[in-house]
Design a protein around this ligand. Structure first.
Ligand code: BYC
Length: 329
């Protein structure tokens, strides 16, 4: 797979492309046309998309785990029904995204193998534990909030199947973000213990949410090329800043404190200044050293192995139907 090592060095083989085809492709992208599966595309574009879309799909699937952990413990039936629907939505997002990646010539099995072998990444955010019910509020509000900030521009990404998948995903994420904020609002209007739980969840999820946008622009090896090919429409730092600007007043409106002593409104910039993310922690989590990274991957591998009989049965059924059809002809 096309990856970057942690020093920021690109690990892709370079393919010499036909200059005429490349120029025509770049002109189409610059003209904001969608590139479709059967269109000619440079090999590096195809590989970058496989990398990003498959990692995005894995994030959705691994992202079901921290919240799934609270389905049996949701505080009432209404919260349980909402949480089940949300987790199911994430599964659906994973499936649209795997399908979009498959149009680029990689199989679902290859993507799953890359995840289980630790070769494909998934978002750092899902390597943190969900300790209390307030974490479910914080995830919906902050994690889905950060995801939307990153995904709204991806509705205009240059690859058609990815852009179309993002349209539907963004609609659902927007509901997820509101349900998370509503949990936080209810807790902040509750008892002092509930308020403490909400603030504690905010303190633990704020910085990991800022890490979701990726490394700072000057340490992001993929951004420049991805912007040129309009795979990415905004940089990691631009999106992170927008998230801070939108989320800070939401926190203040319900009495939550953003856990950043450096956070300050900058009237000249019309934006908040904020403190430095702990990038060493980010890189450690990317390397697989997150607090619950091993449990997350074990849960995925177990689910894959436990589901083998379903895949075998479906395959056997399809073969039986196909041979019955041939015999009838
Ligand atoms: N975690 O050059 P950069 C959700 C990697 S799920 C892990 O800036 P790029 C939800 C990066 O992959 C939302 N790795 O890369 C689900 C690259 O390594 P490789 C998930 C990260 O691609 C359930 C290296 O660092 N959203 O919403 O230009 C419940 C250098 O980075 C991270 C998406 O996946 C990270 N945080 O930009 C609730 C969005 N950040 O691949 C919610 C789609 C960076 O070269 N993806 N890395 O080995 C993107 O928009 C871009 O891929 C990123 C990174 C902005 C994440």
């Amino acid at each position: 797979m096309y990856t970057t090592d942690l020093t920021g060095k690109k690990q892709a083989e370079t393919v010499a492309e036909d200059p005429k085809k490349l120029a025509a492709f770049e002109a189409r992208v610059a003209n904001d046309e969608f590139i479709e599966p059967k269109d000619w595309m440079p090999e590096a574009y195809r590989k970058t998309l496989i990398r990003q879309i498959s990692q995005h799909a894995h994030s959705e699937i691994v992202g079901m785990l921290p919240e799934g952990n609270w389905i049996t413990r949701a505080p009432n039936l209404r919260r349980k029904a909402i949480l089940i629907a949300k987790v199911q939505d994430e599964g659906g997002h994973g499936l649209y995204l795997y399908s979009a990646a498959e149009t680029l010539g990689i199989s679902r099995d290859e993507m799953t193998e890359a995840l289980h072998a630790g070769k494909a990444k998934y978002s750092t955010i899902f390597n943190y534990p969900t300790l209390t019910w307030a974490d479910i509020g914080a995830i919906g509000w902050l994690v889905d909030g950060a995801a939307i900030m990153n995904q709204v521009p991806l509705q205009r990404t240059s690859y058609g199947p990815y852009a179309r998948a993002m349209v539907r995903i963004c609609k659902e994420e927007s509901f997820h973000q509101r349900q998370g904020y509503e949990i936080m609002m209810a807790m902040m209007a509750g008892t002092p213990d509930q308020q403490r739980m909400a603030q504690d969840a905010m303190n633990r999820w704020w910085w990991p949410a800022l890490m979701m946008f990726g490394p700072p622009d000057d340490r992001s090896p993929n951004t420049e090329q991805s912007l040129r090919w309009r795979i990415k429409r905004e940089t990691n730092d631009e999106l992170r800043q927008k998230f801070v600007d939108i989320t800070t007043p939401q926190a203040e409106a319900i009495g939550l404190k953003v856990p950043d002593p450096a956070l300050k409104w900058n009237a000249k910039r019309g934006s908040y200044d904020f403190g430095e993310v702990d990038w060493e922690e980010f890189y450690a989590v990317v390397r697989g050293e997150g607090p619950v990274a091993k449990e997350r991957m074990q849960a995925r591998v177990n689910a894959w192995e436990d589901g083998a009989w379903v895949r075998d049965a479906a395959r056997a059924h399809a073969e039986k139907r196909a041979s019955a059809k041939v015999a009838a002809e």
